[in-house]
Design a protein. Structure first.
Ligand SMILES: Nc1ncnc2c1ncn2[C@@H]1O[C@H](COP(=O)(O)OP(=O)(O)OP(=O)(O)O)[C@@H](O)[C@H]1O
Ligand SMILES: [Mg+2]
Length: 296
């Protein structure tokens, strides 16, 4: 199998604290690989190793056939476009100035820069003048320009750390359309998000918890492996009391609040007759959010 990223037994320690513990996974060329986990799970730390920004404490990382080792950082950086979690662009520079700066830091020639910009502006359908100050851009467009900056040196791998944090739902959807387009121009996308609806778009999802990789697979695989029985959506009606909730809980081996509903798995041999008339019940497929909450 052809992998663009291979991570084997990766460990990262900060002082006495192990932020990443024995993590192994591989990413195929052309995939959208979703890297999920609660705050502090070790996602950004793993990304920083993949991007050649920090040295691992131990383990082996390969990016597009190059092994990560001291002195090889620039080789890795040329292969990876990184949109970091905190910083995206300089607000007090224009779109053009930001992109020129990104190009210079990667040693992109003027000719290549123009060609890449033409291709990427076409991709994102930029409708702002290049002279616009980044501070004046809505957050959705800012993230699209940041993506162009991350791709300015034509990397094969694009690493996006929470690219849609703080972006409106409509802009999030168009950003994901862009992510899908990237795979059609030969890029591999490694992306983190806290939005489970977004993660459903990934080919493969890996789930981190407290520095460890606890699950990985396609979204249908993860759902099947986590819940291999019928899930129900239970909606309490107006007469639903605390006692009814206790009764419902006693029937369920899994019960997760989900807005005004509960997503539940019944205990063996239990049924809903004891809460009949108090709730509406519907058979549902588990969402990735159900998987995430259950595992994390
Ligand atoms: N340079 C550092 N020094 C000490 N601890 C660090 C350092 N960088 C990260 N950590 C710690 O390592 C753990 C993992 O952090 P990391 O940023 O990788 O998490 P994350 O999964 O990206 O979380 P989030 O979803 O909040 O971005 C956290 O407990 C964090 O405080
Ligand atoms: Mg992070």
């Amino acid at each position: 199998m052809d992998y663009i990223v291979s991570v084997e037994d990766l460990c990262v320690r900060f002082g006495e604290f192990w932020a990443v513990k024995n993590v192994s996974f591989s990413v195929e060329y052309g995939q959208i690989f979703g890297f999920l986990g609660a705050n502090g799970a070790g996602k950004t730390t793993t990304i920083r190793v993949i991007c050649g920004l920090i040295n691992p404490t131990s383990g082996r990382v390969t990016v597009d056939s190059e092994h990560f080792e001291k002195g090889k950082e620039d080789v890795i950086k040329a292969k990876v476009g990184y949109m970091s979690q905190k910083f995206t662009l300089y607000n007090d520079l224009s779109i053009k100035e930001n992109l020129d700066f990104a190009a210079v830091t990667h040693g992109v020639t003027k000719k290549d820069l123009q060609r890449t910009k033409d291709e990427l502006f076409e991709l994102i359908q930029l409708k702002r003048a290049e002279s616009t100050l980044v501070a004046q851009l809505p957050s959705g467009i800012k993230q699209q320009v940041a993506l162009v900056a991350a791709l300015i040196h034509q990397p094969k791998l694009v690493v996006l750390d929470e690219p849609t944090a703080g972006v409106s739902p409509a802009s999030r959807a168009s950003f994901w359309e862009l992510i899908r387009k990237l795979t059609t121009i030969g890029k591999t996308v490694f992306v983190t998000t806290h939005y489970m609806d977004e993660a459903e778009n990934c080919d493969i999802v890996a789930l981190m918890r407290s520095g460890e990789l606890i699950a990985m697979g396609s979204v249908p695989q993860l759902k099947k492996n986590t819940f291999n029985e019928q899930m129900y959506n239970v909606t309490p009606n107006t007469s639903f009391s605390d006692e009814d909730l206790d009764m419902l809980k006693s029937l369920c081996k899994v019960i997760e609040p989900c807005g005004i509903h509960y997503h539940v798995l019944l205990k063996q041999n239990a049924d809903f007759h004891q809460v009949e008339g108090k709730v509406d019940i519907e058979e549902i497929q588990p969402s990735l959010e159900d998987v995430f909450i259950h595992l994390v």
